[in-house]
Design a protein around this ligand. Structure first.
Ligand code: COD
Ligand code: ZN
Ligand code: ZN
Length: 364
């Protein structure tokens, strides 16, 4: 089958034929229909996020089940699925207490499936899977818990975003930070994930939603997703803008959706007393942030992180699909361009230049 393989950071992915071994027990083979081009893959391409190579990237996929391994009970051939990139065991401490996104039973090594091996190879040499998904490929073998059955009337080139950007963004607001109606919110970084934080805040009934980004095109889109005010820090002081809007209080909830210590510190600074600052981005290795610890005590500010929108995949993903089908959340507006697999490098060039929010790589 055809796949895009990353052999070296800062080099284009190579489109070539790979062998995909059949699913083992507890695994599912999926014909990939579509795939979003998320920034996290770009972190691997640039070398900011270190992964074993060669690797097939892609972690924002949707498709149709083609084959199931022994013991698979939750999906069958022909089912439409969104691919979660975070396997869930169902019995560890975290799964049991309702936090399956923190499941502890994943293998220590990166780039394999649950048993520590890969199903992808070329001429007998193993190729690694990104995030249990590796969906820049015509087919993917994934753990059963990553194949989330969805209704079959939703277009798969829209459903794929629920596998990452839509879930990560809306989930950070609703599941992790639990934004309350009437709250004031600031969102730093209005890319594919940040726009979903913005629409999550609108969905939660936030009052002011301040969108902060360096690019005018992203800020325009931020308004479409529900921002009530936009600030470009290359023109205006974002901290001052937020303080003015909130009469000097700061926001109740701030979200950092870029992945840099500087913007994390800015987000925390604009969070008001008793407010919550949520980090969504994963910063490069070695990054450090620095705060005066007394603001935690004297101002009761909170600093928390959100991984994958604290998703409970089998509950949240079909729900987000229903909300999209009911026109209560936006996905179409996220998609700037559609490419075949051969266009995957161009899709990332455009993301790197800030020209797109999301491109979709569409197989069928
Ligand atoms: N100030 C304001 N805006 C900025 C700045 C800055 N200093 N620097 C960049 N931006 C803006 C860009 O203009 C762009 O609009 C936006 O930030 C980033 O958007 P995208 O579309 O490039 O990135 P996303 O939204 O796809 O991804 C953002 C993440 C934070 C999710 C990503 O970078 C990340 O950290 N991923 C790992 C975390 C994770 O949970 N991964 C799981 C799968 S996503
Ligand atoms: Zn992603
Ligand atoms: Zn678990």
């Amino acid at each position: 089958m055809k796949a895009a393989v990353l052999y070296e950071p800062r080099k284009p992915m190579v489109i070539e034929d790979l062998k995909l071994a059949p699913p083992k027990a507890g695994e599912v083979r999926v014909k990939v229909a579509a795939n979003g081009a998320c920034h996290s893959d770009l972190h691997v391409m640039t070398g900011d996020m270190r992964m074993p190579l060669p690797m097939v990237l892609g972690h924002e996929g949707a498709g149709i089940v083609a084959e199931v391994g022994a013991g698979v009970a939750s999906v069958k051939e022909g089912d439409h699925v969104v691919l979660s990139f975070s396997p869930v065991c169902g019995y560890c401490h975290y799964c049991t207490q309702g936090q399956p996104h923190l499941c502890i039973t994943r293998p220590q090594g990166l780039g394999t499936l649950m048993d520590g091996t890969t199903r992808l190879s070329k001429n007998g040499s193993e190729i690694f899977h990104f995030c249990y998904a590796a969906t820049f490929a015509e087919e993917a073998v994934v753990p059963e818990s990553c194949a989330i059955k969805i209704r079959d009337d939703v277009p798969l080139d829209r459903a794929c975003f629920v596998g990452c950007g839509t879930m990560t963004g809306i989930g950070a607001v609703i599941n992790t930070a639990k934004v309350r109606p009437g709250a004031n919110v600031a969102v730093i970084g209005c890319g594919g994930v940040g726009l979903n934080v913005i629409q999550g805040a609108a969905l939660a009934g936030a009052h002011e939603i301040v969108a902060i980004d360096l690019l005018a095109n992203k800020l325009e889109l931020a308004k479409v997703f529900g921002a009530t005010k936009v600030v470009n820090p290359s023109q205006d002081d974002a901290y001052k803008a937020v303080m003015d809007l909130t009469h000097g209080s700061g926001v109740d909830y701030a979200f950092e959706v870029i992945s840099s210590p500087k913007t994390i510190e800015l987000a925390f600074r604009m969070t008001g007393r008793g407010g919550t600052c949520t980090i969504v981005g994963v910063s490069p290795e070695g990054a450090r942030i620095s705060f005066n610890p007394n603001v935690f005590t004297l101002m009761e500010k909170r600093l928390i992180g959100s991984y994958y929108g604290s998703t409970r995949p089998r509950i949240d993903m079909p729900l987000l699909i229903d909300l999209y089908m009911d026109k209560k959340i936006k996905i179409d507006e996220l998609v700037s361009r559609t490419f075949p697999l051969e266009g995957v490098n161009e899709a990332y060039d455009l993301l790197r230049k800030g020209e797109t929010s999301r491109s979709v790589i569409k197989f069928f």
